[in-house]
Design a protein around this ligand. Structure first.
Ligand SMILES: Cc1ncc(COP(=O)(O)O)c(C=O)c1O
Length: 365
């Protein structure tokens, strides 16, 4: 083809490898009843209140969405006490990561990440010609090494990504350690605190980031409706940050980036306390059930604050992933995170977890 050559920064981007969709596996392997525990989705499904709210407004789809997400922002304001000027809503948190790179990364600028972590940070950076500086997590429990992260910050650093609970390891950062780290940062650096899984974290030792925002410090908290709220298919994420940061993101945001059903469902889901409580309880039980089942097989998962476990299966995880697929169970193979003997498995219902454990046992035999 005689078309234009692609931008050079794209040479460094590998297309995202998503968790395999159920229908694709069923089609390709001629199976039915396939179980997906690969994308940290909510096995209870969407919030029933969200589904109810969606039905009411479907006759308004000929109108463009509200580009300012008025009702959703008010629902979030009620929940968290921030003003709409301190909020940005995105077509999933994924979009917000791209907006951050569009707003703050010039070619050659750097951002500190950890390794392993969510791949979309690197994707967004590379897209703008930015340079990721990954700092390895340490030990069997994949802890954040804040001294090493601080040492990786230099005059070219614009963003630092802190994912807590971290995907794929489940690591939760400590409030005090994060506070010390933030206090040590030079000016000109924005901390991105990705809280996609924060609703699953037990206890209160973890940071919520809210005080920094109230103080007007350079930090953005990212949250999503894709996980505990069960709305991954609608694509809604949000960011809470000082108004100056939000104003920068609004300069690069498309005008109608969040569709109408997504806005309606997200606002309703936020108030669905029963669904939230059920979803949390399921994950708390699921983490224990999976950990106990793995222990019986002599396997150990890293301590996880999320709705998933990262497990060293002590064998080629790609082969194990394929063997599990043939038994109709989809997990995530650790090789995509640079951990070729690990898998990441999402907590399902009690029955689903049992089915996964049985399939794993058969495969390991
Ligand atoms: C840590 C983390 N951040 C962000 C996202 C993206 O979420 P969303 O569905 O809102 O784009 C994910 C999705 O898996 C994730 O694991």
């Amino acid at each position: 083809m005689n078309g234009p050559s692609r931008r050079r920064c794209l040479d460094l981007i590998k297309p995202y490898e998503p968790g395999k969709p159920v229908e694709e596996v069923e089609r390709e392997l001629g199976l039915s009843g396939v179980l997906k525990l690969a994308s940290n989705e909510n096995p209870l499904g969407p919030s029933p209140k969200a589904l109810e709210a969606l039905k009411k407004d479907l006759d308004r789809l000929h109108f463009y969405p509200d580009g300012n997400c008025y009702h959703l922002k008010r629902a979030l304001a009620k929940e968290y006490g921030f003003s709409p000027e301190e909020m940005v809503i995105g077509n999933g948190t994924d979009e917000l990561l791209s907006l951050l790179a569009l707003a703050y990364i010039n070619p050659g600028d750097e951002a500190v990440t950890v390794d392993p972590t969510f791949s979309e940070y690197t994707f967004a950076l590379r897209l703008m010609g930015g340079v990721p500086r990954p700092v390895p997590l340490v030990g069997d429990d994949f802890s954040y090494d804040f001294a090493a992260i601080a040492a990786a910050v230099n005059e070219r650093t614009r963003l630092v990504f802190i994912c807590s609970p971290n995907n794929p390891t489940g690591t939760v950062v400590d409030r005090e350690e994060l506070a010390e780290f933030i206090a040590s940062l030079p000016s000109g650096v924005l901390v991105v605190l990705d809280h996609a899984y924060i609703e699953y974290v037990a206890g209160s030792a973890h940071p919520d980031g809210f005080d920094y925002i109230r103080q007007g410090r350079p930090l953005i908290v990212l949250r999503t409706f894709s996980k505990i709220y069960g709305l991954a298919g609608l694509r809604v994420g949000y960011g809470l940050a000082p108004a100056e940061v939000i104003a920068d993101l609004n300069r690069v945001r498309e005008p109608f980036n969040v569709n109408t059903p997504a806005q309606i469902a997200a606002a309703a889901a936020l108030e669905d306390e029963a669904h939230l409580a059920r979803s949390l309880e399921l994950v708390e039980k699921g983490r224990l059930q999976l950990a106990e089942g793995l222990k019986r097989m002599g396997l150990k998962a890293a301590p996880s604050g999320g709705n998933f476990l990262f497990v060293d299966v002590a064998t080629d995880s790609r082969k194990l992933f394929e063997a599990l697929l043939r038994r109709g169970v989809i997990v995530r193979s650790g090789d995509i995170f640079g951990f070729p003997t690990h898998i990441r498995v999402t907590c399902g219902t009690e029955e689903q977890n049992e089915r996964f454990l049985q399939a794993l046992q058969e495969v390991l035999r």
